[in-house]
Design a protein around this ligand. Structure first.
Ligand code: ACO
Length: 320
C-alpha cells in the first residue's frame, strides 16, 4: 500500500528570547501571572530583517540534512502560516524559490494554529493520490507581527518559529506514516479569535483579538473530541499511543486534555513553556524537540491535535 512516511524533521527558533520579566517592564503583567495562567516562561522573537520565509528556509535546510534528502527531490511545498511575508505570492512559493526548487506545487495553508495539521493531511492526500512524491511541509510564523504589544491579554501568549517535515510516498506491506486524520471547521465562530485587519477589509495586516476564556473552553472540548473520534476511526487504543503532541497554546489546556483522557502527562510533549504559542509552527517544533531529546523514536504511534482561528481543529495519527 502507498503510505506517506516521515523522513525527517527540522526546526528553527529565532535567537532573540523575550522573557516574561522583559514583558513586565513594558506592560502591566508579571512572570507569576503569565506562568500560572498559561505555563509560558519565554518566547522567541524574529529579528526585524527576518521574515516568515527566512524562518521556514532555515527549518527546511535542517530537515534536508536530517533526512538526507536534497531539495531536487521535493515536488510539493506547503507552508502553513497566518503571517506570510506578502499578501502574494504565497510564502510557500518564496520558500520554494529560495531553496532552488522549480518543479511541483507550492502553496500556503491558512488554518491558523491548525495550519500544520491541515497541511500534513493535505500532503498525505496528495501523496496517496500520486499527485506528488515527496512533500516539504512547514509550519512557520512571525506571529509577533500580528500582536498589539500594549494588550496584555494576547501579547504574552505568542512567539515566532518554524518547523519542517518531509513526507515521502512509499510502498509498504503494512500501514506506515500517516495512518488517519480528521479535520474540522466552524466559521460561525470566527469572532472569538481573529485579526482586526486584512488586505481586503482595510488594507492593513491587523493585530490579534481574542475572547480568551471562550477559546480556552473550546480548545479543550474540540481537541478532546478530535482525539476520541480519531481513536475510533483508526481502531487504536490510547494505550498504543506513545505520545500525544498537542498544539502548544496554554499548559492548562494541555494538562486538562491529558487529565480528561486519563493519559499520563509524562507522555504529552510540552514546549509552550519555552516557545509560547507559535501557531502553525507549534506542533512541528514540538516534534523536532521530541526527537532531539530522545523522547520520540521511529516506530512509535504519535497523535497530533490542534485548534486555531476559524475555528479550525482536528487530529492526526502517525506511525513515526
Ligand atoms: N497579566 C496580568 N493580568 C492579566 C493578563 C496578563 N498578561 N492578561 C489578562 N489579565 C487579567 C485580565 O485583565 C483580568 O483582569 P480583571 O479581572 O481585572 O478584568 C484577569 O487577568 C482575568 O482575565 P481572564 O481573561 O479571565 O483570565 P484567564 O484565566 O481566562 O486567562 C488567558 C486568560 C491566559 C488568555 C486564557 O483565557 C487562555 O489561555 N485562553 C486560551 C487562549 C489561547 O490560548 N489563545 C491562543 C490562540 S488560540 C489557540 O492557539 C488555540
Amino acid at each position: 500500500m502507498l503510505c506517506s512516511v516521515l523522513k525527517g524533521v527540522g526546526g528553527y527558533l529565532p535567537t532573540s528570547v523575550l522573557t516574561n520579566d522583559d514583558l513586565s517592564r513594558t506592560m502591566d503583567t508579571s512572570d507569576t501571572w503569565i506562568r500560572r495562567r498559561t505555563g509560558i516562561g519565554e518566547r522567541h522573537i524574529a529579528a526585524p530583517e527576518e521574515c516568515t520565509s527566512d524562518l521556514a528556509v532555515y527549518a527546511a535546510q535542517r530537515v534536508f540534512k536530517a533526512a538526507g534528502i536534497s531539495p531536487e527531490a521535493i515536488d510539493l511545498v506547503l507552508v502553513a502560516t497566518v503571517s506570510p511575508d506578502r499578501t502574494f505570492p504565497s510564502t510557500a512559493a518564496l520558500v520554494q524559490g529560495k531553496l532552488g526548487i522549480t518543479r511541483g506545487m507550492a502553496f500556503d495553508v491558512n488554518a491558523a494554529c491548525s495550519g500544520f495539521l491541515y497541511a500534513i493531511t493535505l500532503a498525505d492526500a496528495l501523496l496517496k493520490q500520486r499527485q506528488a512524491t515527496c512533500a516539504l511541509v512547514i509550519g512557520a510564523e512571525t506571529f509577533s507581527r500580528l500582536l498589539d504589544w500594549s494588550d496584555r491579554t494576547t501579547a504574552p501568549l505568542f512567539g515566532d518559529g518554524a518547523g519542517a517535515v518531509i513526507l515521502k510516498a512509499e510502498e509498504h506491506s503494512a500501514p506506515a506514516g500517516i495512518l488517519s486524520s480528521c479535520l474540522y471547521a466552524d466559521g460561525s465562530q470566527w469572532e472569538i479569535l481573529y485579526t482586526d485587519g486584512g488586505p481586503s477589509l482595510n488594507q492593513r495586516t491587523g493585530v490579534t483579538r481574542m475572547q480568551g476564556r471562550e477559546v480556552f473552553r473550546q480548545a479543550i472540548e474540540k481537541m478532546l473530541e478530535s482525539i476520541r473520534y480519531l481513536l475510533v476511526q483508526a481502531d487504536i487504543s490510547l494505550d498504543e499511543i506513545a505520545w500525544i503532541i498537542p498544539h502548544q497554546a496554554n499548559a492548562r489546556i494541555i494538562e486538562s486534555i491529558a487529565e480528561r483522557l486519563s493519559f499520563p502527562i509524562e507522555r504529552v510533549l510540552v514546549t509552550v513553556d519555552r516557545h509560547a504559542n507559535t501557531s502553525a509552527a507549534s506542533i512541528p517544533l514540538a516534534i523536532v524537540e521530541g526527537f532531539e531529546s530522545g523522547k520520540l523514536a521511529f516506530g512509535q504511534h504519535v497523535l497530533y491535535t490542534s485548534i486555531g482561528a476559524g475555528l479550525t481543529w482536528g487530529a492526526s495519527l502517525m506511525r513515526l
